[in-house]
Design a protein around this ligand. Structure first.
Ligand code: 9MR
Length: 563
């Protein structure tokens, strides 16, 4: 019985750890026993009972849990449910998410700007160089005394932000910080990881080499005349979906300095200065340059504390009009706190710490490109043993707040149709909801690091299960990893090349009932509002700030699995 594939059985399509929790979610109409069999159905290794009926908070659907955590033998299996069918085959193995961790980092290499990708590194996704960005124009909105409008500057390298070809400092901020943070939290794990990138044979861990590609670009976005940082480097309009990097001809501009850009830049550069201090020999002076850049951006922000990026306003006064991504944050108080925390941790100068408004702030909000306060808290927690007296005194309160934040997430997974922290609130399903799931995972890993309570790690893992298939859509949202994965992401690199499969290792945005792209969706139900179509930039685009928290989550689970 059960020998026909049922996509209604939802589970992490990549696999499970032998000693970890293992769950599939099946429709509520199923009842009775379920079986774990070998993928040829010959042997039944485990018989379990489906759980109580669980109600979705987003639709009238109900589910039941099939818990087979007790099965620990490595192998390839299916979940079989009488009357329903069987799941995709899945593996129980050590290092279950090692490939996911590596692929999600390698995806950043595929996003590199200003360079050719060679076959020995990129395989069939090799491509010609594009967007040299060595002749970028200063947009009228960004003109300064030393750099009047039309000045040509060089601003090469960096990562393409997403499915488009532009580079945005605000979004690079959280992304690059998340990459540096996973390294700072788990340096041992990255020591030997090889990604087959051009720098794989140098002395730096590949993760840091990849991150350097973007840091080098970010540094060029600071006006040396005053320390201000351009908000973005962009074409006036998005390129067509079929334009390859090497064929793109629109002029590129650096656009308007903003407070958010200066502060995100300051935070990242302060953290980079810390991380690369150990590599003085390989990168002489780099760490110091980062700190100098961070301090002058911080000073600029102090003098210009409320320059918010408002594209419509900008277009009223300056030509040419710019219609690409805005990343227009309207509240930069969290950016001030984050930059202050990173500058404090790198310099141990308490005047930076005193610039943080309150520790902890009463609004604990999950990190996203526009909400970065917790990034600073994570760093304070990471370096808790290095705090000076003022900060040390506050730390117990901060720890309590971080753990309480994770407690809410962990509790939410208890009354959720997929038994995951993600999606308990309708507000989780924003544009880029998959990054909400991944960032919740990071918050849970942080709580685990503070308490060593496995509950947090298991809930972080549950959100990875969510991303890799245990969700209301039945997709594993990571290109190339899982059985049912996005084939048509809104991603110019994947659309414009001649390769059938999309670039691998990219996390798509995920369910978003906003449906701002006007594509055809299967439903308006929040947790199912996803469509695997090129047109769907609101649910099926990829973005560096969505990949980075997946890098963190998968790498952290791999690094911590022995504990
Ligand atoms: O991730 C961004 C999301 O939070 C916003 O709601 C959305 C609309 O402003 O923009 C998203 O960011 C896009 C950016 O503006 C341009 N590059 C692609 C990004 C991902 O869709």
């Amino acid at each position: 019985e059960g020998q026909q594939l049922s996509e209604e059985i939802r589970l992490n399509q990549v696999g499970f750890y032998p000693d970890g929790p293992k769950k599939a979610i099946v429709p509520g109409k199923a009842r009775g026993n379920f079986y774990i069999t070998t993928s040829d159905f010959a042997d039944t290794l485990y018989t379990g009972k489906l759980g109580e009926e669980l109600k979705s908070v987003h639709s009238s659907k109900t589910t039941r849990e099939a818990n087979f955590s007790q099965l620990k033998a490595t192998g390839t299996y299916v979940v079989a449910v009488p009357g329903l069918g069987h799941s995709y085959p899945f593996e129980i193995k050590q290092d279950a998410y090692q490939d996911v961790a590596k692929a999600s980092i390698k995806a950043f290499y595929y996003q590199r700007v200003s360079t050719a990708l060679k076959p020995e590194h990129a395989g069939k996704w090799s491509r010609l160089a594009g967007h040299p960005d060595n002749k970028v124009l200063v947009h009228a909105s960004a003109a300064s005394k030393s750099r009047p409008a039309g000045t040509v500057i060089s601003s090469t390298k960096g990562w393409y932000d997403a499915g488009d070809y532009n580079k945005y400092i605000v979004n690079s901020g959280i992304t690059t910080a998340t990459m540096l943070s996973v390294y700072e939290d788990f340096p041992e794990y990255f020591k030997t990881m090889k990604l087959q990138i051009p720098e794989s044979n140098n002395a730096l861990p590949d993760l840091l080499d990849e991150t350097l590609w973007n840091l080098r670009w970010m540094l060029t976005m600071q006006d040396p005349g005053d320390g201000g940082v351009y908000h973005k480097l962009t074409t006036p309009q998005f390129e067509g979906m079929n334009v390859k990097p090497a064929e793109a001809r629109q002029p590129r501009y650096v656009v308007k300095k903003s407070t958010a850009a200066a502060l995100d830049f300051a935070a990242v550069m302060a953290q980079a200065s810390r991380v690369f201090k150990k590599y003085e020999q390989e990168l002489p002076g780099f760490s110091d340059s980062c700190l100098v850049a961070a301090k002058s951006a911080w000073k600029w922000a102090g003098k210009n504390p409320a320059v918010l990026y408002n594209q419509d306003e900008m277009n009223k006064s300056f030509d040419p009009d710019v219609s690409t991504g805005a990343y227009g944050d309207k509240d930069v108080s969290d950016e001030f706190d984050w930059a202050a925390a990173e500058l404090y941790l790198t310099t141990k100068d308490e005047s930076y710490y005193k610039a943080i408004k309150a520790i902890p702030h009463k609004n604990m909000e999950l990190p996203s490109w526009g909400q970065v306060r917790l990034l600073g808290y994570y760093s304070l927690a990471r370096l808790q043993n290095e705090l000076t007296p003022v900060a040390k005194k506050d730390f117990p309160k901060l720890k309590t707040a971080l753990v309480a934040f994770a407690d809410k997430l962990a509790a939410a997974s208890q009354n959720n149709a997929y038994k995951v922290p993600m999606g308990s609130a309708a507000s989780d399903f924003v544009w880029g909801s998959n990054a909400v799931a991944a960032n919740q995972g990071i918050a849970l890993v942080q709580a685990y690091r503070l308490t060593k309570d496995k509950k947090y790690l298991n809930n972080a893992l549950a959100n990875l299960d969510y991303l890799l298939g245990r969700n209301a859509t039945g997709y594993s949202f990571l290109t190339g990893y899982g059985d049912k994965t996005p084939k048509y992401p809104h991603h110019r690199l994947s659309v414009s090349d001649e390769v059938e499969e999309p670039v691998p290792g990219l996390l798509v945005g995920g369910p978003n009932p906003g449906q701002q792209d006007g594509c055809t969706y299967p439903t308006k139900i929040a947790d199912e509002s996803y469509t695997d179509e090129e047109c769907s930039y609101a649910s099926n685009e990829i973005a560096i700030n969505w990949n980075a928290p997946l890098v963190y989550l998968a790498s952290a689970l791999e690094a911590l699995k022995q504990e």
